[in-house]
Design a protein around this ligand. Structure first.
Ligand SMILES: *Cc1c(COP(=O)(O)O)cnc(C)c1O
Length: 220
């Protein structure tokens, strides 16, 4: 068995254990296997295991490998988890089933336009910059409620949840708690939070989607 398949089994087992320890049903947690920088050789063993949720952070890179994989394996749900430029919005709506990184009005507007034009219905998450880091994308926590309302009422977007990437050098727990609180206040049920190093904490704090790359595919 290829390493990625073995690692995948291990991560699934850890998820189930974390869910159980938190009194949650394992099927409430969607493991999004993050395949950026990896090629089909590494990805296919995980697809062969029957897994169908994957994430990429760049539209261009995803466009090189996923159309072929989507044809070969049915029912793949591909998540965009990286920042989106407005000139790539059309391609993103065409390729991705879930866009987790709605992070400014300009993107919300072009995504709404593409959704209408293409007749597609990707699931949408708003990215929140919980650490208020200047170099990081996302809506500031204080702006979250008004931005979500604008997305829903002005741009006609159906927002299904929130996503965050906590600051690299901080305890992620308070960031996950903040994201959960903002989602609760906005009446959104999905929470994309937790990566290889902290997905167990994220599950404990209510994550519905965890994004795990290196723990499955190795270091990049
Ligand atoms: C790369 C990436 C991940 C996965 O990170 P790992 O630490 O490799 O699990 C998760 N979320 C986002 C937004 C990423 O870009």
């Amino acid at each position: 068995m290829k390493n990625s398949a073995e690692n995948f089994d291990f991560v699934v087992a850890q998820c189930q254990k974390a869910a159980k320890n938190s009194g949650r049903a394992p099927d409430q947690i969607n493991l999004v296997a993050v395949t950026k920088t990896f090629q089909s050789d590494d990805i296919e063993p995980v697809l062969e295991k029957g897994h169908r949720f994957f994430g990429e952070n760049r539209v261009q890179e995803a466009a090189k490998k996923w159309p072929e994989l989507k044809q070969k394996y049915s029912n793949i749900e591909l998540h965009l988890i990286g920042p989106l430029q407005s000139n790539k919005a059309g391609e993103a709506v065409a390729l991705f089933d879930v866009i987790e990184t709605i992070d400014r009005d300009k993107i919300a507007v072009v995504i709404a336009k593409e959704i209408k034009k293409q007749g597609k219905t990707p699931d949408l998450f708003v990215q929140i910059n919980t650490g208020e880091e200047t170099q990081k994308a996302g809506i500031a926590p204080a702006e979250a409620a008004s931005f979500i309302t604008r997305c829903q009422q002005e741009y006609g977007l159906k927002i299904s949840g929130l996503m965050c990437i906590p600051p690299f050098d901080e305890n992620p727990g308070p960031h996950f708690a903040l994201l959960a609180k903002l989602a609760r206040e906005a009446g959104l049920k999905n929470l994309s939070m937790g990566m290889s190093g902290d997905f167990e904490t994220a599950i404990q704090m209510g994550a519905t989607h965890i994004r795990v790359g290196s723990a499955i595919f190795g270091s990049r």
